[in-house]
Design a protein around this ligand. Structure first.
Ligand SMILES: [Zn+2]
Length: 153
């Protein structure tokens, strides 16, 4: 009888262990993938007519960005190259379902900055530029995501 109980316990524990280990093997799906971010870059680079630029985008951790920012862009006008950095979902404080649209917004925001790179750098107009860029990028991404805001044909 004791042997039988031992057997049963063994059986039960194996039975329980199997699905548990299967769960562990499943890797969590990232909230935003590199492919998605590259996809947004391609789409918006084309829409904003920036195809003559060679632009890279990287997902980076919070310590690779200026404090309190969600994205960054560096560019070289003579080379027509630019690198965009966007904050990793791992460091976002938004609910998970709102992160993808916000990262897309960062990409659009930095691309609008790139358009303005044609203007002379002027420290005194920096905060105005920031406001203008934010409003244009917000409007574009809103238009993309809310059907109600899209023009009717
Ligand atoms: Zn900005």
């Amino acid at each position: 009888m004791v042997i039988l109980i031992t057997f049963l316990l063994l059986f039960v524990s194996i039975g329980n262990a199997a699905p548990e280990s299967r769960d562990r093997l499943t890797s969590p799906k990232p909230v935003v993938t590199n492919e998605q971010v590259h996809g947004w870059l391609q789409v918006w680079q084309k829409r904003l007519r920036l195809e003559d630029w060679k632009i890279e985008v990287k997902i980076v951790r919070v310590w690779e960005l200026e404090q309190g920012t969600l994205g960054h862009i560096d560019w070289s006008i003579p080379h027509k190259t630019a690198t965009i950095k966007v904050l990793s979902p791992a460091d976002y404080e938004l609910p998970k379902d709102r992160i993808p649209a916000d990262i897309e917004l960062s990409v659009v925001h930095e691309l609008v900055h790139l358009h303005l790179s044609a203007l002379p750098l002027n420290k005194s107009s920096r905060s105005t530029e920031e406001q203008v860029v934010s409003r244009i990028a917000d409007a574009l991404v809103d238009l993309e995501h809310s059907p109600a805001a899209a023009p009717t044909e």
